[in-house]
Design a protein around this ligand. Structure first.
Ligand SMILES: Nc1ncnc2c1ncn2[C@@H]1O[C@H](COP(=O)(O)OP(=O)(O)OP(=O)(O)O)[C@@H](O)[C@H]1O
Length: 607
């Protein structure tokens, strides 16, 4: 376990270096060079100090000025000190720039990976835990891992430099001083692992807390939370969740503070032992006084650095392990994730006659984590230009089937065929499909974007946007907006406006018209429309989507009666299919549903 962790740490360290390299290779080289030069200067400084010491002791303090080495050595030390100061400043400045660039790179990688993830992954709690941890890692200054690595590098160079100087003076000092750092390093390793385990254990709870924060601060949710007076209850849950996180963190920190203190005491005792040994050796003339004095300075320098390094180790380890979360989520490691997330830039096909027959053969699908399939062995066929309807009671599997037909989920078994050829590239299939979802998204961007997102890989064409809006019945209210198509559709933004539920739905329809795809899937596209608008849409559906294949889901059976073929679903299976008239004649499930609705409307004109 510990070995695996160490292996992971090394891979993460390599990942951190590659991130820094990708973010700004010149800055990275600059920072590393500065550290090497500073370490060299430190080693040189120790040797010069020892020479000065030796000379002063040889000539006596009063005659030190006449020594041939003292004055040049002091000048060298002063110049080197000034140069080191300048170097340190320039290194810090480049490091700051590098930090910002690494942070941006990492945040972008997480967003790209999230945007590229296929829909079924969003059904998995593990995916959300991974995403939460990756976002957490990207917000906690991932560049800190790079900063800390540079610090570690600096400490390693110091060890090398001072160690090299020790070899010239008293080699046995090096293992003694290094030994002094061991307890601190071990304690830091334990703390790092415990932090990481805690962080993983808290993932789901943190997601819950973030969800509560979103509920308590969202504009959309504000009205219902006030109407139900839910504020205090939700805030209470948030407090409880946060208290749990704080309690666990506090327990861990207390345990490790004790461990750290013990480690520091042991390390301090070993350093004292090293200094005592020097004293003893100098007193017995086993070591020249100049060497012993310089070695004390070296021991002090080295133990301060090593102690600081051990103190940072927890941070370094935590940061590196956080990078592992990031790495495993982006699954791209050091490789540019751009390729994985590159949009399907292929042109959307022109709708007319571009879609051959679409056939589903015994499609089955079970949601991840669900006990039973939402769609079971469904077969259907849609000819080009046809309107096909899916009907059934709540939970019968209509939306899931529509998602399978749209290529949003791969079926667990069965096949989807286009023009007789099995569809294997779901992204390409999605490119020829327009879907209006039951719970479509209300983008808080200008209306131009809300419609233009139908074809996102290009600049939205205002004339075509207006045409799509006209066909969706959205033109009037869009033109009345304060800044027309450029009005942000969110009151949170300056000059923003909001729309009614029905107006938003028309905008979602306009987006589908603008997409101009040969396969159109409409899942309850009129749920928010008034009865008149709904009737108008269904009556003109064929004309509006002329030349396109339409799959329509609606609970209002009056609206689907003109469909070429109606599939009736029950518990994920197709239990009936046929035209409206044929299904009424069959006098089974569909006829019963239809009669129930018709009697509610007292519509005596219904066939
Ligand atoms: N994301 C999901 N994860 C697990 N089960 C799901 C998920 N979405 C839907 N289901 C389940 O799959 C079944 C079919 O749901 P689906 O949304 O396809 O039905 P529907 O016919 O469209 O319902 P409605 O008419 O209410 O929109 C239901 O039992 C539902 O509980």
């Amino acid at each position: 376990m510990a070995d695996r962790r160490v292996g992971v740490l090394w891979s993460s360290a390599a990942f951190a270096v590659r991130l820094a390299w990708r973010a700004d290779r010149r800055a990275l080289v600059h920072v590393v060079l500065v550290q090497v030069l500073l370490a060299g200067a430190m080693a040189g400084g120790l040797v010069v100090v020892q020479t000065v010491f030796g000379s002063v002791l040889a000539h006596g303090p009063a005659a030190a000025g006449r020594s041939p080495v003292v004055v040049p050595a002091v000048v060298v030390l002063l110049v080197a000190g000034a140069a080191a100061g300048a170097l340190r400043l320039s290194g810090a400045a480049r490091m700051a720039v590098l930090t910002v660039k690494v942070d941006r790179l990492v945040a972008g990688m997480v967003l790209q990976a999230a945007a590229a993830a296929e829909l079924p992954r969003f059904e998995e709690p593990d995916f959300h835990d991974g995403l939460q941890r990756a976002v957490f890692a990207s917000r906690r200054q991932p560049a800190m891992a790079v900063v800390l690595l540079v610090t570690a590098f600096q400490a390693a160079l110091t060890v090398l430099a001072v160690g090299g100087a020790f070899v010239l003076m008293a080699w046995w000092l090096l293992p003694l001083v290094l030994l002094g750092a061991v307890p601190g390093i071990r304690a830091a390793g334990k703390e790092r692992d415990a932090h990481h385990d805690l962080h993983h254990g808290l993932s789901e709870g943190r997601r819950l807390r973030e969800y509560l924060e979103q509920l308590l601060t969202g504009r959309q949710e504000a009205k219902e939370i006030r109407a139900l007076d839910l504020g205090a209850v939700l805030t209470g849950r948030w407090q409880d969740q946060y208290a749990r996180e704080v309690r666990d963190t506090e327990a861990l920190l207390k345990a490790h503070a004790r461990r750290r203190m013990a480690a520091q005491a042991t390390g301090g005792a070993l350093t004292c032992l090293a200094v005592g040994a020097l004293w003893w050796a100098a007193a017995r003339h086993l070591l020249p006084l100049s060497v012993a004095g310089t070695a004390v300075a070296g021991v002090w320098l080295l133990s301060v650095r090593l102690n600081a390094f051990a103190g940072m180790l927890t941070g370094i380890g935590e940061n590196l392990l956080r990078l592992t979360d990031l790495w495993s989520f982006t699954a791209a490691g050091p490789v540019a994730p751009a390729a994985a997330t590159a949009p399907v830039r292929q042109q959307l096909p022109s709708p007319r006659n571009e879609l051959g027959p679409l056939r589903a053969e015994r499609l089955s699908f079970t949601y991840p984590g669900a006990d039973s399939p939402a769609v079971r062995e469904v077969s259907l066929a849609v000819e080009p230009g046809q309107v096909v309807a899916l009907v059934g009671v709540n939970g019968s599997g209509k939306t899931t089937l529509a998602h399978l037909l749209a290529g949003l989920y791969p079926p667990d078994s069965g096949r989807l065929l286009h023009d007789g050829t099995p569809i294997t590239d779901l992204r390409a299939h999605r490119a020829r499909t327009a879907v209006v979802f039951q719970d479509f998204t209300r983008y808080k961007f200008p209306a131009l974007d809300n419609v233009g997102f139908g074809r996102p890989h290009g600049t939205a064409d205002p004339l075509r946007v207006l045409d799509a809006a006209r066909r969706a019945g959205a033109l009037d209210f869009l033109q009345r907006l304060p800044a027309g198509l450029d009005t942000p559709l969110g009151k949170e933004f300056t000059g923003g406006a909001d729309l009614s539920g029905g107006q938003w739905q028309r905008l979602a329809l306009a987006r589908a018209f603008y997409r101009d795809a040969p396969l159109v899937i409409l899942d309850e596209p009129t749920a928010a429309l008034d009865a008149h608008a709904e009737d108008q849409l269904f009556t003109s559906l064929r004309g509006l989507f002329a030349g396109r294949t339409v799959v329509l889901i609606s609970h209002r059976l009056r609206s689907v009666r003109h469909a070429d073929r109606i599939y009736v679903l029950r518990a994920g299976r197709v239990v009936e299919e046929g035209s409206h008239k044929a299904l009424l004649r069959a006098d089974a499930h569909y006829a019963s549903l239809f009669r129930t609705q018709a009697s509610a409307y007292h519509d005596t004109n219904t066939p």
